[in-house]
Design a protein around this ligand. Structure first.
Ligand SMILES: NC(=O)c1ccc[n+]([C@@H]2O[C@H](COP(=O)([O-])OP(=O)(O)OC[C@H]3O[C@@H](n4cnc5c(N)ncnc54)[C@H](O)[C@@H]3O)[C@@H](O)[C@H]2O)c1
Length: 243
């Protein structure tokens, strides 16, 4: 299945899961634009994309309304109106509730949830039809101690996915992916405490996933094979959540 001629925007595409998704979409011949908050890894990722298809990158904090609009304007000028949006940009902060400051809570919600809202709105203002793919988390369903802002943001992204699937049908299909533990800079087994590692490994598959596992599902949701799929949340999680 080819995505030739499609224009795909990926937020937070410079590294980790976003990078894997951007590369997988480029491998399917989509033109790929990604944004990042000034990540030094962006240049190398762009070169990899350009080895496969057309690509561009832009510094844009997804929590900043003007920056998101500017990113969409630049991508539309370069490649034409967007067909595919992957809301991937996210941050994780861990602290017990009593020690979580308002600024920390607000920042996580701003990047993860407001960013998803802002990019989805920018997409809808420019796209005639297409796909929105939101990266949630299994922790948005399960909850996780000492991650109140993160889990709340991810649960809200699943709710937003369902609302937008209803509101934007039939031309725009909206789905979420809820990854389990995926080996990236955000969730690196090497940097975890033994207790945390044990929690993340307590799944039927008893291992971490790779960013490419999420990219494969994103490609399915971006392409024609998923024409009858909207409002769903797909667990790519080694069995951490079963629905
Ligand atoms: N790694 C996991 O185990 C895991 C599990 C479930 C969900 N997720 C979700 O997957 C997504 C990607 O996570 P990852 O593991 O690749 O993390 P990562 O830290 O490796 O990458 C995060 C990406 O988001 C970008 N980013 C961060 N803040 C941004 C901002 N304000 N504006 C624009 N871009 C920003 C970074 O530049 C980077 O490209 C996140 O939404 C995360 O919550 C990850």
């Amino acid at each position: 299945m080819s995505l030739a001629g499609k224009v795909a925007l990926v937020t937070g595409g410079s590294r980790g899961i976003g990078r894997a998704i951007a590369l997988a979409l480029a491998r399917k011949r989509a033109k790929v634009a990604f944004c990042h908050p000034g990540d030094p890894a962006a240049g190398a990722t762009l070169s990899e994309i350009q080895g496969l298809s057309m690509g561009m990158e832009q510094t844009a904090d997804v929590s900043d309304e003007a920056a998101v609009e500017a990113f969409f304007d630049a991508a539309t000028d370069a490649f034409g109106p967007p067909d595919i949006l992957v809301n991937n940009a996210g941050i994780l902060r861990q602290s017990p509730l009593a020690k979580t400051g308002v600024e920390e809570f607000d920042r996580v919600i701003a990047v993860n949830l407001r960013g998803t809202f802002l990019a989805s709105r920018a997409f809808v203002r420019r796209a005639q039809a297409g796909r929105i793919i939101n990266i949630a988390s299994d922790l948005g369903i399960l909850g996780r101690e000492e991650m109140s802002a993160y889990t709340a943001s991810k649960g809200a992204i699943i709710a937003l996915t369902r609302t937008l699937a209803r509101e934007l049908a039939p031309n725009i299909l909206v789905n979420a992916i809820a990854p389990g533990s995926i080996e990236t800079d955000m969730t690196s087994p090497a940097s975890m405490s033994p207790e945390q590692l044990a929690k993340d490994m307590a799944t039927p598959l008893a291992r971490f996933g790779q960013p490419e596992d999420i990219a494969a599902m994103a490609c399915f949701l971006a392409g024609a094979e998923s024409n009858f799929v909207t409002g769903q949340c797909f667990g790519v999680n080694g069995g951490s959540v079963m629905t």
